[in-house]
Design a protein around this ligand. Sequence first.
Ligand code: PEP
Ligand code: MN
Length: 339
Amino acid sequence: MVVILKPGTSQNDVRRMTAYFEAKNFKVGVTVGVDCTILGLVGDTTSLDIHKLQQFDVVERVARISEPYKKANRKFHPDDTVVDVSGVPVGGGNFTVMAGPCSIESGEQITEIARDVQQSGAGILRGGAFKPRTSPYSFQGMGIPGLNLMLEAKAETGLPIVTELVSPKYCEIFNDKVDLVQIGARNMQNFELLKEAGKMSKPILLKRGLCATVEEWLMSAEYIMSEGNENVILCERGIRTTETYTRNTLDVSAIPVVKRMSHLPVVVDPSHSGGYTYLVEPLSMAAIAAGADGLIIEVHNDPVHAKCDGQQSLTPAQFDSLMKKAGKLVDLVGKTIVK
Ligand code: PEP
Ligand code: MN
């Protein structure tokens, strides 16, 4: 971090500021320029509040040189992290596909879809038991009974499950029953939930917030990791832009950007990014080409009558066709689809 002092700062004030930082255990390099003096701080500056420092009369500006996230930072962990989801790897040279309905609606529905997506090559079953909906009058999910139906589909197929956690009050039951715990876009900055997720022993799928920058997203991963849970998978699911022809805008650039900044695996959700069935395949192909480590895709056996997000769901046949095409591209980029 560098602290630029105002022109004309007296030597006494320079000494006072230097002593202030030295008392906090930083090494301070002082550079006296023609117009101003710059203090270069060496040490872990993550806990320093830039805005607070700017309140000193003599401080002109403060700039960070290193990123505020440490555990998620590739600088301190150069190798790709491979997250183990109950035996299914995510990251490294693996390409992992998670598929299933937006929400669990019945035992037959989730088990039938689980069998279909498994046959087409999915490695993890998705499905929402708790649905964070924009309207309180929309279907909110089946809750714990839905989760139990998903466990029956898991018992039938052996597929690990990913489902969304919306409240700390379900941490214990999720820790017990869920293989991969999803934190949804709307909760990306629910810091209390993130801290509790950080105490869980199950891996976390952290979706990017609707308007979050890459750095805010990585800081949310840092919240989870700083509590001890370093098994975090990031999920790009589209961000809000001015465009209205798509539900969100898939930020394809975020994939290589995040992979450069962080060692954590990045998967892409083309269903919520595009918002329409016809967009799922092209966005999936774009994600693979840009370096994603996997996909999470909504698949429904009867999309027209789905209780949630039918307009963006693939039928099992459409999913099968996508998997065949995606498989070729995954080969081409040198990754292996894990089942
Ligand atoms: C979901 O995956 O069902 C979901 C609600 O996604 P998001 O949090 O990305 O909107
Ligand atoms: Mn959905």
